[in-house]
Design a protein around this ligand. Structure first.
Ligand code: ATP
Ligand code: MG
Length: 230
């Protein structure tokens, strides 16, 4: 297993098409320093989520290269690559199992205490303690139900447990109440600390907390800069 140590990300002349005809990502060039928080914004269909998929090698770009710490991501195994990347999906899904096992899924040998710590940092611990059997509560059909914001915090706890160098986050678009908003913000702050983060941002606070914002349109960066300059 190859270990990436720093988490710098370099996309160089990246071009991608899903069908081999229509260009979706066009000459995409960007360099993120280790620990930099990058927010991707822009109109629907611009290619924001596609960039995240290319970083995770869900798809491979037809042209150009993507490098992490100067190493082409195609030159290491998928396992090595994905070991250093944590993904918080737009619609996280849980297994028909306990909350404990659902969080532990990203690091199977994690102790109970490690799971509690991750859930505290993800601002979901107190909520879990309110469930009838706390961490032993089952999710799914006859189990506890979680809201979208809670699901996303479980997904954040999973990634915190994994401790990757790079985070990919496709933010949910759904509106949440003020308290949930501040809990998610706290969870994200802990998640992003010291990690290179690519976020498809919908929430204003994520955009204003970013180090750099990339405005994506038709598969290219049309504008970039820190929040105060855009
Ligand atoms: P949104 O803000 O709506 O999430 P986005 O910027 O994330 O949009 P993408 O999901 O990256 O946009 O999609 C970019 C383009 O690629 C769109 O035209 C979309 O229709 C197309 N596309 C996305 N996924 C696929 C796929 N699996 N197969 C073919 N085309 C796709
Ligand atoms: Mg998207």
């Amino acid at each position: 297993l190859f270990r990436f140590r720093r988490g710098s990300v370099h996309l160089r002349d990246v071009k991608f098409s899903y069908d081999g005809e229509k260009g979706i990502i066009k000459d995409f060039n960007f360099h993120a320093e280790p620990g930099q928080r990058v927010a991707l914004v822009g109109e629907t269909g611009g290619g924001k989520s596609t960039i995240l998929k290319l970083l995770f090698r869900f798809y491979d770009a037809q042209k150009g290269s993507i490098m992490i710490d100067g190493q082409d991501i195609k030159s290491v195994t998928l396992e090595s690559l994905r070991n250093c990347i944590g993904v918080v999906p737009q619609d996280p899904s849980l297994f028909n199992d306990t909350i404990m096992q659902n969080v532990r899924y990203s690091k199977l040998d994690a102790t109970d205490d490690e799971v509690y710590e991750a859930c505290k940092a993800a601002s979901i611990h107190d909520k879990i303690l309110q469930f009838p059997k706390a961490y032993a509560s089952r999710v799914g059909e006859n189990g506890v139900k979680l809201s979208g914001g809670e699901l996303q915090r479980i997904a954040i706890a999973r990634v915190l447990l994994k401790k990757p160098k790079i985070i990919l986050l496709d933010e949910a678009t759904s509106a949440v109440d003020t308290e949930t908003e501040s809990r998610i913000q706290e969870a994200l702050k802990n998640l992003m600390y010291g990690r290179t983060t690519f976020t498809v941002a919908h929430r204003l606070s994520t955009v204003s907390d970013a180090d750099i914002i990339l405005v994506i349109k038709d598969g290219s960066i049309v504008e970039q800069g820190p929040p105060q300059e855009l």
